[in-house]
Design a protein around this ligand. Structure first.
Ligand code: FE2
Ligand code: FE2
Length: 474
């Protein structure tokens, strides 16, 4: 499974043996570079960035680190090794051989799943394109760029599947992935959260913590797929995704560390004083958390969905860690509790589990997210502070599904429209919060120097010191 870097498109799928596919991808490649130049990281063309590039899909030591100009990054196609005897292990086809090709009856649904996943990858690059201009340090700038090139590679991963298995439709979809643009009024990205702005670095860290974690759960569910090439490609994407979530989790931790330090030095929890000292007050951090959490859990879709049932039963998309679950992996006749709104109040009801699989995945995501919020709280605890961050109620600020019909406070009370309006600025970032956070943004670009609102990391990248020259500016 070694990766062939002598090819125009690095790959471990013997691309050279499939001339039609190779030609199709080589035609798409310059369009990808044009897209990168147009809406990728602003002003970065001549920077040499200390980046990791995949050299194999072996979990041990798959990465090589070196200085690369990002538009010369070796975006390629890397699938985890296959297992000839792999069996479908859930749904109606359980026990049958996994598919090496797309069965005709599942073609439309599989294409839709791959396009929807593929669309998020370039979207996040577009959302983050201005952030390089205001980085809080060279270390953080490098991490942003690493994520950006890897999201570009994730787009390649999905485009490979489209072009190899979906013929002309696949080629058209591959083209359309470069045409939609995050936030564009006429031709937006497919999913809501990927049309939101990522206006500043606190938003970036929240995004990579929460929204890249949505990526983890979606990819993990697709890694179970009966369509083996999809399973193998998403498995390798997951190893890259881990770094993105690390950037988010450690980023917010470092913000908290700095805020706690300022609060202790000034012996205050007055947000105005914390802000005056150039740190981000805990209230603002909580509001950013509320926003990114609620927007991200909407990504899992409607709480009851016949599509979710079809995707599972036909073997297209499993549950998170399907193989570790002890049930029949068919789920017929089983039920699951979802929230519902009745007469303006929140209740619970049991529904067929197959229809509730979006909710099952959302609940898995919530558990994982809350664990990390607990780790953030350890930073506050260690600093001797009594304040804590909390995840808002699952029904807070929802735009999709049954819960979109009510207004809910973060602590789980149904509130009137008036009450919502009166408290919105306490619950979600306000224009004043965004303006304040924007006022703190850099750039701080000397090696080893950090903006005043964020603590340095404990360690550098690839065992290099924190003050290593992670970016050489051209
Ligand atoms: Fe991704
Ligand atoms: Fe990611």
């Amino acid at each position: 499974m070694a990766i062939d870097y002598t090819q125009k498109i690095p790959n471990n799928v013997n691309l050279a043996d499939d001339r039609t596919l190779q030609r199709a991808l080589e035609q798409w490649q310059p369009n990808f570079i044009t897209w990168w130049d147009d809406v990728g990281p602003e002003g970065s063309t001549n920077h040499e960035v200390y980046l990791r590039t995949a050299t194999s899909v072996d979990p041990q030591g798959w990465a090589h680190f070196d200085y690369v100009k990002m538009r010369d990054y070796r975006w390629g196609i890397f699938l985890n090794p296959g297992d000839e005897n792999r069996q479908i292990h859930f749904g109606d086809h359980k026990g049958e051989k996994a598919w090496q090709d797309v069965p005709g009856e599942h073609r439309a649904n599989l294409r839709r799943i791959i396009v929807t996943q593929g669309d998020t990858e370039p979207a996040s690059v577009e959302q983050q394109r201005h952030l390089g201009l205001t980085a809080p340090s060279m270390y953080d700038l490098r991490n942003l760029f690493q994520i950006n090139v890897e999201e570009g590679r994730h787009l390649w991963a999905m485009v490979y599947l489209l072009q190899k298995f979906f013929g002309r439709d696949g080629r058209e979809e591959a083209g359309a992935l470069l045409e939609r643009t995050s936030g564009d009024a006429n031709n937006p990205r497919i999913l809501g959260a990927f049309n939101e702005k990522t206006p500043d670095w606190l938003a970036f860290f929240m995004f990579t913590y929460f929204t890249d974690r949505d990526g983890k759960f979606q990819l993990a569910a697709l890694a179970e797929s009966a369509f083996d090439p999809l399973a193998r490609t998403t498995k390798f994407m997951l190893t890259e995704e881990a770094h993105h979530m690390f950037v988010g989790e450690s980023g917010v931790s470092r913000v908290l560390q700095r805020t706690a330090q300022v609060m202790n030095e000034l012996k205050t929890d007055d947000p105005a004083l914390v802000r005056a000292a150039g740190a981000i007050d805990l209230g603002t951090i909580q509001r950013y958390l509320n926003f990114h959490y609620s927007v991200t859990i909407d990504l899992f879709g409607a709480d009851q969905s016949s599509n979710a049932a079809t995707f599972y039963s036909s073997g297209l998309k499993g549950r998170f860690e399907e193989g570790k679950r002890v049930d029949d992996h068919v789920l017929k006749g089983q039920t699951y509790k979802v929230l519902e709104v009745q007469n303006g109040q929140l209740g619970e009801k049991e529904v067929p589990m197959l229809n509730a699989l979006n909710e099952v995945l959302r609940d898995d995501f919530i558990k994982d997210s809350i664990a990390g919020i607990g780790r953030w709280n350890k930073v506050l605890e260690k600093a001797g502070l009594s304040q804590r961050l909390v995840a808002p109620h699952k029904a807070f600020n929802r735009k999709i599904g049954a819960l979109a019909g009510i207004k809910m406070s973060p602590d789980g009370r149904v509130v009137s429209e008036e009450e919502w309006k009166a408290h919105e600025a306490e619950w979600l970032p306000s224009p004043a919060d965004f303006a304040f956070v924007a006022s703190l943004m850099g750039p701080v670009l000397e090696p080893g120097k950090f903006a005043g609102w964020i603590a340095p990391p404990a360690m550098g990248i690839n065992k290099n010191p924190v003050d290593f020259e992670y970016v050489r500016f051209g």
